[in-house]
Design a protein around this ligand. Structure first.
Ligand code: CA
Length: 417
């Protein structure tokens, strides 16, 4: 697709993408999209009547400070809006191209706006669906011969997390404090974590509501998946180790998790579907599916020490997931749990098969035993204060690149008690 907006080579945001986000434009906050390096204020397009032909009953969705009302229109409408935007910005379309007044009000450069949380996240689930990650953790902390627990190949293991501390890229996070037990034979101690880690994840955000007591099948799951974001599920490994028995992680993962600001729709990613890994043993019937259920999305993690430059420390891919998003959502609802617009579902740490594709410091540095070198000569086994973690994601095929932008956070020293 060709646009009348210039799109730099290798941009994450060609006309084929059209992600949705929320921007602060200074005097107001409203839904937006991005083409190349141009941010488009959808409230201005609504002001000028551009969406009038789409038969949307309530145009106030384009003036809300969160995307939940827009997403609640349903996929038929939101997809129509996305296609309409693609048409409006096509090279041969003059409707907006020739309207100098509307253009001057609607188009911004990224430097002129602040990205906000795109959705109000009502509920947050985190899965554990990378077999390489689950195996690595099992080898490190339990038994190399039985690294995967007996349930792992039978269901997408997950837990219900904390949604209030999910924040948008650019939000800095203070090093968490808590209880740890550094020595087996010594009492537990309190203080800032010494094992702060990132988790390279993607997350999907649902649109649509289901009634309590109903279930969503694997075949229907994608009707409820609005789109995806990058997700850095920061974790404090030493706090986690002491607290997690028997109910799972608690404060070690609720002090801040960071998402990329643009929700890339499932429709924008259709060209990048690939088959997932063979599942053995065969899952129960409610989890069985055929076809191309994974996505070939390249993932990168960079660590930048203070006053230094980015070092690439991990290259992974979303296609490695053992359990698909459809299976995760089918499992989430099989007992009767209802879902809502704006719910967020983390994939779990996405590790690949090679040591440079592991999606956490825990694995990259193998529990602190293998330091990694930064470009400035310093070494890391976990994240230090003032380090910046940047994640990037993009799918690329046949000359088309669909990307997610960046998911970035800087770690600040622990707050005083
Ligand atoms: Ca996680």
């Amino acid at each position: 697709m060709k646009s009348w907006i210039s799109i730099p080579d290798q941009s994450d945001f060609p006309l084929e993408n059209i992600p949705f986000g929320i921007c602060s434009f200074g005097d107001h906050i409203s839904p937006a999209t991005r083409v190349g390096d141009t941010i488009i204020d959808l409230s201005v397009l609504a002001d000028y009547g551009y969406f009038d032909s789409l038969e949307i009953d309530d145009l106030t969705v384009f003036y809300e400070p969160i995307l939940n009302p827009f997403m609640s229109l349903g996929k038929a409408k939101t997809n129509a809006v996305r296609r309409f935007i693609q048409e409006l910005f096509s090279a041969d379309n003059l409707d907006l191209q020739s309207n100098e007044e509307a253009k001057s009000l609607a188009l911004f450069s990224p430097e002129e706006v602040d990205m906000r949380m795109p959705v109000f996240v009502g509920d947050y689930t985190d899965f554990y669906s990378s077999i390489e990650h689950a195996t690595n953790v099992g080898v490190m902390f339990r038994d190399p011969a039985n690294a995967l627990l007996p349930n792992w190949r039978h269901l997408p293991v997950g837990y219900h997390g904390r949604s209030s501390s999910i924040v948008v890229s650019g939000t800095n996070i203070h090093r968490p404090k808590g209880q740890t037990k550094p020595q087996e034979d010594q009492p537990a101690v309190f203080g800032p974590t010494k094992q702060l880690d990132f988790e390279l994840e993607m997350a999907f955000i649902t649109s649509g509501e289901t009634p309590l007591g109903s279930s969503v099948s694997v075949e229907k799951a994608r009707d409820y998946i609005f789109g995806l974001v990058l997700f850095n599920d920061l974790s404090a490994r030493d706090i986690q180790k002491w607290e997690y028995v028997p109910l799972g992680p608690f404060l070690s993962k609720s002090f801040g998790s960071v998402i990329s600001p643009w929700i890339v729709t499932l429709e924008a990613l259709e060209n990048f579907r690939v088959a997932g890994p063979v599942q053995e043993p065969k899952p129960m019937p409610y989890l069985q599916q055929n076809g191309l259920n994974n996505f070939d999305i390249q993932l990168e993690v960079y660590l930048k020490p203070e006053n230094s430059e980015d070092s690439l420390i991990c290259k992974s891919n979303f296609k490695y997931m053992y359990w698909s998003m459809d299976q995760q959502l089918a499992h989430q609802t099989v007992a009767g749990c209802n879902i809502n617009t704006g719910d967020l579902y983390g994939s779990g740490t996405i590790s690949g098969p090679t040591p440079d594709s592991y999606g956490s410091m825990l694995e990259l540095c193998w529990k602190g035993t293998k330091p990694i070198q930064m470009k400035d000569g310093s070494e890391r086994v976990f994240i230090q204060d003032h380090d910046t973690i940047t994640m990037k994601a993009y799918a690329k095929k046949d000359g088309l690149r669909i990307g997610f932008g960046t998911c970035q956070t800087k770690i600040l020293p622990a707050n005083n008690l």
